[in-house]
Design a protein around this ligand. Structure first.
Ligand code: PMP
Length: 360
């Protein structure tokens, strides 16, 4: 089969060596005569695997001991509600930075939680989300301020956290750049990320939460309670065993590759290669302002919808797949997560140059 380069925003490309390892041990996990999908989550085969995955994630992200690490279900979307249920306690008010589609989904869900107020404290709507908004000094005391670190659809990314947030508890949605870019976990009260972009298969969500922020809320249904989930070590009910197993293999792969700093270096190089071309092209352009550009999700357009469509089809025929932009913004988007190879970006740029000549 011809080489395919998968630019999907998620579920997304995984390291080829991880896929091969999954294949090789699928029928009999650790010589048990059973696949990982068939073992009990109460067996040591599972608990050892889960403990190692957590240990490696802690190492990769330098997670301090006072943080709990949870492997939950429900995707980033359940966290939009679970965070306010658990953390909006004292003031019953959370602040949100509106950086686009996923931030807005988070706001909508928080507003569905009884008695909780969700204030938009800053918004990039005036630039159609091609920039990151200035955050004013916050006068109110919020239970937390929610920030989407990387905006998967719009292609913007925080390299540094906004200064004005000092003192407020920060909740970060890292669904599309966890471990693609170094952040200091200690700057956050809670971090969450669905696995299916930069970690592993869909079905598992990583939650990293400062233990002291969790006080018991006996009235919360168990599945919605961080305290109850943490007390049962993410196995309050049957956990997503297969997804955690593959994530664990990706964590090992990341450590072997040199960890998050090495990943960030490679991601910067891949992104720079594509942005340099986009900035010099007469046909294609990147709408996002330079200082806000994401290194994992790069939208681009020709300015002509029909031409965009022709490009997407032609790219697909040449093994460059899943380049269609999100339906809400159109155009194209190249997602370049950790497992996406540099040569795939070179192939894309080569193809774009040819396409540009052919229409020019
Ligand atoms: N947050 C961000 C930044 C996302 O990109 C996504 C999914 N694309 C979500 C949240 C929602 O994630 P899920 O599909 O895991 O619920």
């Amino acid at each position: 089969m011809a080489q395919i380069y998968n630019f999907s925003a998620g579920p997304a490309v995984l390291p080829a060596s991880v896929i091969r390892q999954v294949q090789s041990e699928l029928v009999s996990y650790k010589n048990s005569g059973m696949s990982i999908m068939e073992i009990s989550h109460r067996s040591s085969l599972y608990t050892d695997m889960e403990a190692e995955a957590e240990k490696n994630l802690r190492k990769l992200m330098s997670i301090p001991d006072e943080y709990d690490v949870l492997f939950l279900q429900g995707g980033g979307t359940l966290q939009f509600a679970m965070v306010p249920f658990n953390l909006a306690r004292k003031n019953k008010r959370a602040g949100f930075i509106d950086t686009g589609h996923w931030a807005q989904r988070a706001i909508e869900e928080a507003r569905l939680v009884p008695e909780i107020k969700a204030d938009i404290v800053a918004s990039a709507s005036s630039t159609n989300y091609t920039t990151l908004p200035d955050v004013p000094n916050l006068e109110k005391e919020y239970d937390y301020v929610h920030l989407t670190l990387n905006n998967t659809i719009e292609g913007t990314m925080y390299r540094e956290l906004p200064n004005a947030l000092n003192g407020q508890i920060l909740v970060g949605d890292m669904s599309s750049n966890i471990m693609a870019q170094r952040y200091n976990v200690g700057d956050f009260g809670l971090i969450y990320a669905g696995a299916q972009k930069n970690i592993g298969p869909a079905g598992m969500t990583v939650v990293i939460v400062k233990h002291e922020l969790l006080d018991d809320r006996p009235e919360l249904p168990a599945m919605l309670s961080y305290v109850k989930q943490a007390a049962k070590h993410s196995a309050l009910n049957t956990p997503p065993v297969f997804a955690i197993y593959v994530a664990g293999l990706v964590f090992k792969w990341l450590l072997d590759q040199g960890g998050v700093d090495e990943m960030q270096k490679r991601n910067e190089k891949k992104a720079e290669f594509l942005y340099n071309y986009l900035d010099s092209s007469r046909l294609f352009s990147a709408p996002v302002k330079k200082d806000a550009r994401s290194i994992t999700n790069i939208p681009f357009v020709t300015g002509n919808e029909e031409l965009d469509q022709r490009f997407i089809v032609a790219a697909q025929e040449n093994g460059l797949v899943n380049l269609k932009g999100h339906r809400s913004v159109g155009g194209m988007r190249a997602s370049l997560y950790n497992a996406f190879p540099f040569e795939g970006v070179q192939k894309l740029v080569e193809f774009m140059e040819k396409f540009e000549q052919s229409v020019g």
